[in-house]
Design a protein around this ligand. Structure first.
Ligand SMILES: Nc1ncnc2c1ncn2[C@@H]1O[C@H](COP(=O)(O)OP(=O)(O)OP(=O)(O)O)[C@@H](O)[C@H]1O
Ligand SMILES: [Mg+2]
Length: 256
């Protein structure tokens, strides 16, 4: 006898044998060669790996920006490419938030207008949208900066506005591609701690691509990619220990 499953899905993201091939013939690149991944809701995971190992490709697949060449992707219990195809653009708008290395704010809109735009794309407008923007800017501790334009904000402030924009529609998954690469250590840690706070308080799953081992203290788990494959998946603790040893070897323990 089979029983039907009840309650929320166990995993926010489930990938099985996910493959991505770009181009054909001589330009063919197998960017992902069979990714298996199970990420529970409400956690913060880092993705590390050398340049070209497929980190960004994996994020764009999980964020429904690109389609896999093969394999299975299940988001919040929903098999995306398995049955009747859902409205991908809508699902992307509603379920995922992206944060990139550079904040990519629209320069001729104020900080709060940048966030409002993201809400209005999902149909939230007027007073309700304004209340949500105020709430987000307060949460990210940039309330006083809302009326300013991106070029009047510091890098860290711009990145916080970009986070507010990614959070605007309460996504269940946040995908961040080197969000702290252009920030100094203090600001990078502040941004990461904010993401962790969001994750803990709202049950949001956060995946962060980073080269930055300073951030490992803030994440729960680390996935290591090499040449289109996941070669290790460990608690962040193990990664920190490894980096600490490497830094000690270099004689630069203070830098960790
Ligand atoms: N749109 C594309 N068309 C063709 N090849 C691509 C495309 N995007 C990525 N690739 C290739 O796929 C492989 C993986 O690229 P990807 O951008 O995912 O790596 P990455 O791990 O994010 O690297 P980096 O750390 O440099 O950002 C690389 O060999 C890259 O050249
Ligand atoms: Mg990349």
């Amino acid at each position: 006898m089979t029983t039907s499953r009840a309650g929320p899905p166990e995993y926010a993201i489930q990938a099985k044998g996910l493959v991505k091939v770009y181009g054909q013939g001589r330009t063919r690149v197998a960017a992902l060669k069979g990714i298996d991944l199970q990420v529970p809701p409400g956690c913060v995971w880092a993705i590390v790996g050398p340049s070209g190992s497929g980190k960004t490709t994996l994020l764009t697949l999980l964020g429904l920006v690109t389609e896999p060449t093969g394999g299975q992707l299940v988001l919040a219990g929903r098999d995306i490419y398995g049955g009747r195809r859902p409205d991908l653009a809508r699902l992307r708008r509603e379920a995922t938030g992206f944060i990139f290395q550079s904040p990519n704010l629209i320069p001729f809109l104020s900080a709060q207008e940048n966030v409002l735009l993201s809400l209005s794309l999902k149909g939230t407008r007027g007073e309700k949208a304004q209340t949500r923007v105020n709430e987000l800017l307060e949460y990210l501790e940039v309330s006083e900066r809302g009326g300013l334009y991106p070029n009047q904000l510091s890098g860290g402030e711009q990145q916080r506005i970009a986070i507010a924009r990614a959070l605007a529609n309460n996504p269940s998954v946040i995908l961040a591609d080197e969000p702290t690469a252009s920030l100094d250590t203090d600001r990078a840690l502040t941004v990461m701690r904010l993401l962790r706070k969001v994750s803990r308080e709202n049950g949001t799953t956060v995946l962060v691509v980073t080269h930055d081992y300073r951030l490992m203290g803030v994440v729960d788990r680390v996935i290591e990619m090499v040449d289109g494959q996941i070669v290790a998946e460990k608690p962040a603790e193990a990664m920190r220990a490894r980096e600490t040893l490497a830094a000690a070897d270099r004689g630069g323990l203070d830098s960790v």
